[in-house]
Each structure stands twice: as structure tokens, then as C-alpha cells.
Ligand binder design. Structure first.
Ligand code: FAD
Length: 504
């Protein structure tokens, strides 16, 4: 924490300094500028690595919609022919809330949940208008063909054109148009506070050393601490050192710590994180060419075993969007922190695009023992497990686009939906480990202003936060597509509120 005397404040470089340059931060920057403030963005990464986790995402946004009309309003270039082939259903606000509350085991901060859901659809529209963002339906990842139509499922059905890279590029493209400068290679190290407690700027570190930058308000949009092995282990627990980081190596939590030192309140699930099945041989942090394709999200179509050949989760507990973010942690707990996803020819054609990259750690065999041998799974244990699983599979109408109730009987863990026996060779297996996406703990904000609260629940003058540096929304688990949506909603809110506080 750096306290500066109000008689020797550093020169004001902008009304609002935004720390970070991902989805949340850039939405904040654009909203602050829209509200009349001058804005400077400081980004820790050099230009070639800019954009944080946002760059690595699939670009999926979760928002409520009442049916096809809402989707057509957002994607005006959907042709009638296309519309005839799809079934988008609806995703009412009440269902979004139910999903968010259910997967977070009732702990998500209700004021944040309500504000997020109320502002989600208007915010994707705002992104279209102010950031020129275009949208597309997630045909490959969130729809299955059922009765001749592509049926969308799971509440998140829309992504930004170009995925995470496309979103990142279209946000960056707006900055010069709005007169917003970005300083790359400039990492925030501290917040500057005057003797009244007001946040008056940021201390940054760049290639030439430390610099104090003055501002009327500061918005933190600098992500979680998932890329910091020491903080992962300290907060998430033993073993998290070995997790692979799915995205940027720059989200290392310095400004989160600085804000706490300055009196900000810690909030949310500090020992929780979003973590998924990620290729066993992926690099330690994200690769910008591969993006999110190291993930392996089609496990509801098959079974998952550990190196002893044992199943350890219910692969069909819920639609993929509601289990994938908590299963990375389960993989981390297994011997050697590895697991294997197994499919047969009944489902292999439905696997997502990420299974077809040449970097996938994969084996294929005509027999189960041969597959186990190639993947390094205990052969006896694997064969016993699959035989027991196959014998436990029940009857029913298989339908991967909904909870079909086709389940196992008499085995533990069960497979509660989509339980087809593994019986049609060649069998295919993919080796995965735990890939951490982002951390859940962070700063406490007031939902309708995104202003940071101190440890007495008092708003901290001059300090706002958005995106994954904020805690309180996600606990234990997460509904897919909510991170980008929450980042955009609270980013837009933070920018507008910070500008209003400075400009009046
Ligand atoms: C592979 C992958 C796929 C994902 N797919 C999706 C998806 O499809 N949908 C979804 O909703 N979510 C997805 N997510 C989750 C996603 O991370 C978030 O929802 C969203 O991108 C986070 O935005 P953010 O702006 O909070 O953080 P980030 O985009 O990570 O931005 C943080 C920024 O802060 C900068 N920074 C960090 N420390 C400092 C510092 N000290 N000083 C200055 N700058 C700093 C970073 O360089 C970066 O620019 C995915 C994540 C990953 C890794």
C-alpha cells in the first residue's frame, strides 16, 4: 500500500486508469470514455501477448433470452433458411438465476446475481453498438442434431465472432476510435492512496522501473491469481502447483493483493477455482495459437477413468455446461493428477472440435486392454470397470441435447444420463490433467456501481473492480459463459460509475 500526501500527488494522466486489458477492463474503458472521462489502460503484457484470458476463450456469453426474436435481434444476419434448421428454445431470466444459484450451492451473492441477469442482454446489445461486436450461434459446441433440427442446449448458445481472439480484437479496435491509450508492458504493482483513503492512482512497473500515475479513479480489471503458483497453493491448497494454466501467464494477483492491503474487503470462494479437463501434455500456460482447444469437454458422451482404471465422477450428472468447471479439481485429486476420457464409435462423431487437433494426447484400439495399455492405465482395473459399467447401463431414449435419464443402475459413481455401453470398437481414449481457468475469490464490490467495498462495507472512494478480480459470484462451480458476461456487465458498470464519480 502506498500512501501519498495530497500536497504531492503524482500528475494526473487520465480521469480514469483501467488496470488490465481483457474483456472486463476494456468494457470498463469504453464505458468510462462514453461517459465523458479521459481514460488510460495499463496492460502488464507486451502488445503481442495482450488481452488476458479473454483472448484464449471460446467467446461464449450466457444471457437470458425469450426465444428466437431476441437471438435474431442480436444476430440480424441469420437467414430464414438457417432459422428453419434450428431450435434455440428460450432461456428465461428465472432459469439463469436458478442455474447460477444451483451450481454455486446457493452461495452466489444475490445482489450480484440479480444485477448480472438484469443487465446481461442489454450489455451484449451495448457491445454490438459501441464495440461493433458481432455474434454467431455456437453450432459446433452447443447444439446436437435431434429429429432433423439442430437443438441448442444449456443456456449459452451465442459466441462473439472469432471467439476470444475476435472479441479481444474488436474491443482493442475501438480504443483509438474513442481516444483511449494503452500502455503495454506496464504492470500495476500498487494502488496510490491519499491520507483520506481515496485512491488517487496506480504505481506501475515497466522496462524503465517504477512510475506513479495519478488518476481521479482506478478500475481494476486485472483477472484472478490463477497464474501465480504460490498463491494457487496458498489459497486453493496443496497440489495446485501442478495444475496447468489454461490462459495468460500474466494474471498473478499483484493488484488484488495491493487492493487488499489498501483496505479492500476479500470476498467469495478463495479456495475455489474454475478448472477443467485439459490435455495432459499441454504447456504450463496458454498457447495463443491453440487457444482453448486443449480442453476436452465431451466427457458426457463417454466415461472417465483414472490411472488405476477406476471411474471417479458421474460423467452424466448434468449438462456439460454445469459440470465441466468443477471436474478439473476432481482430476487433480487422482493419482499423478491425470485421467482418461474413453469413447466408442457410437459417440465419437459427436466429439467437439477440440478432440480433432493434432496436439491431442490420444490412443485408439480395437480392444479395451489394448487401449489401456497404450494410455498407461492399469489394464485389469480398466477392464473390470468398463465391464461393470456396461452391465449397469439401462434402457431409454438416448438424447445428448437434454437430460435423457438413460442411466446406470447399481454402480458407484453412477452415470445419471447418456449411459450408453462402450461396445463398438475401435475405442478411443484421451489423456487429460487439470487445467485451471480462473480463481473465484476476489474483491467485494457493490453490484450496481462496481465500487470496491472496504472491510467495513464502506465504498472505497476512487476504486472500482470488474471481471475475475472480483469475488462473490462463483462458488464451487460455474455455469459456462458467465465469466465473459459478468466481466462485460460489471466492466461497463465500473467504467460508467468511475467516470461519473470523477466528472460528476
Ligand atoms: C481457455 C479459456 C477459455 C474460456 N472460455 C470462456 C468462454 O467461452 N466464456 C466465458 O464466459 N468465459 C470463458 N473463460 C473464462 C474467462 O477467463 C473469463 O470469463 C474472461 O475472459 C475474464 O475476463 P477478465 O477481463 O476478468 O480477465 P482477463 O481477460 O484475464 O484480463 C485480465 C487482464 O489484466 C492484465 N493484468 C494482470 N495483472 C496485471 C497488472 N498487475 N497490471 C496490469 N495488467 C494486469 C492481463 O494481462 C489481462 O490483460 C475462458 C478462459 C480460458 C482460459
Amino acid at each position: 500500500m502506498a500512501v501519498v500526501s495530497s500536497s504531492s500527488l503524482p500528475p494526473r494522466v487520465a480521469d480514469v486508469i483501467v488496470v488490465g486489458a481483457g474483456n472486463a477492463a476494456l468494457c470498463a474503458a469504453i464505458a468510462a470514455r462514453e461517459a465523458g472521462a479521459s481514460v488510460l489502460v495499463i496492460e502488464k503484457a507486451e502488445e503481442g501477448e495482450r488481452g488476458g484470458n479473454t483472448f484464449f476463450t471460446g467467446g461464449g456469453y450466457r444471457f437470458p433470452y425469450n426465444g428466437l426474436d431476441d437471438i435474431r435481434a442480436l444476430i440480424p444476419d441469420l437467414s430464414d433458411e438457417e432459422v428453419d434448421r434450428i431450435d434455440v428454445g428460450s432461456y428465461p431470466a428465472s432459469k439463469f438465476k436458478e442455474d447460477l444459484v444451483r451450481v454455486t450451492e446457493g452461495r452466489a451473492d444475490e445482489s450480484m446475481v440479480d444485477y448480472l441477469i438484469q443487465n446481461a442482454y442489454p450489455t451484449v446489445q451495448w457491445m454490438s453498438h459501441v464495440a461493433g461486436q458481432r455474434w454467431v450461434l455456437m453450432y459446433g459446441r452447443q447444439a446436437y442434431e435431434v429429429d432433423g433440427k439442430l437443438r441448442f442446449w444449456g443456456g449459452m448458445i451465442t459466441e462473439g465472432v472469432g471467439g476470444g481472439e475476435g472479441i479481444s480484437e474488436s474491443l482493442f479496435a475501438q480504443l483509438p476510435k474513442h481516444g483511449i491509450d494503452v500502455r503495454y508492458g506496464s504492470g500495476g504493482r500498487d494502488v496510490l492512496q491519499d491520507e483520506t483513503g481515496r485512491i488517487v492512482g496506480v504505481r506501475v512497473f515497466d522496462a524503465t522501473g517504477f512510475h506513479d500515475l495519478g488518476a481521479g479513479a482506478v478500475v481494476l480489471g486485472c483477472g484472478g491469481f490463477e497464474a501465480n503458483a504460490e498463491m494457487r497453493t496458498r489459497y486453493l491448497g496443496a497440489g495446485w502447483e501442478v495444475a496447468k494454466v489454461r490462459g495468460t501467464r500474466h494474471n498473478t494477483g499483484e493488484m488484488l493483493r495491493a487492493a487488499l492491503d489498501a483496505g479492500a474487503q476479500s470476498y467469495g470462494h478463495w479456495s475455489g477455482a474454475h478448472a477443467v479437463a485439459w490435455d495432459m501434455n499441454a504447456p504450463p500456460t496458454g498457447n495463443r495459437r491453440i487457444g482453448d482447444l486443449y480442453q476436452k469437454h465431451s466427457y458426457p458422451l463417454g466415461v472417465i477413468v483414472n490411472a488405476r482404471g477406476e471411474r471417479f465422477v458421474d460423467e452424466g450428472a448434468d449438462l456439460r455446461n454445469y459440470t465441466y468447471a468443477k471436474y478439473g479439481r476432481e482430476i487433480l485429486k487422482q493419482p499423478y493428477a491425470v485421467a482418461f476420457q474413453i469413447f466408442d464409435q457410437q459417440t465419437v462423431a459427436r466429439l467437439r472440435d477440440e478432440y480433432r487437433i493434432k496436439e491431442a494426447t490420444k490412443a485408439e484400439a480395437m480392444t479395451l486392454p489394448d487401449l489401456a495399455d497404450q494410455l498407461g492405465i492399469d489394464i485389469g482395473g480398466f477392464v473390470r470397470t468398463i465391464e461393470a459399467y456396461n452391465n449397469a447401463c439401462g434402457e431409454g431414449d438416448y438424447d445428448p441435447s437434454k437430460l435423457d435419464g438413460v442411466s446406470t443402475r447399481g454402480i458407484d459413481p453412477p452415470k445419471s444420463n447418456w449411459a450408453l455401453p462402450l461396445s463398438q470398437p475401435p475405442y478411443v481414449g484421451f489423456a487429460v490433467t487439470c487445467g485451471i481457468t480462473f480463481t473465484f475469490g476476489g474483491l467485494r464490490i457493490q453490484a450496481d456501481s462496481a465500487q470496491v467495498l472496504d472491510t467495513t462495507d464502506t465504498p472505497m472512494p476512487g476504486l472500482y473492480a470488474c471481471g475475475e478480480v472480483v469475488g462473490g459470484l462463483f462458488w464451487h462451480n460455474y455455469p459456462g459463459g458467465t465469466g465473459l458476461m459478468a466481466g462485460a456487465v460489471f466492466g461497463r458498470t465500473a467504467g460508467a460509475a468511475a467516470a461519473k464519480a470523477v466528472r460528476g
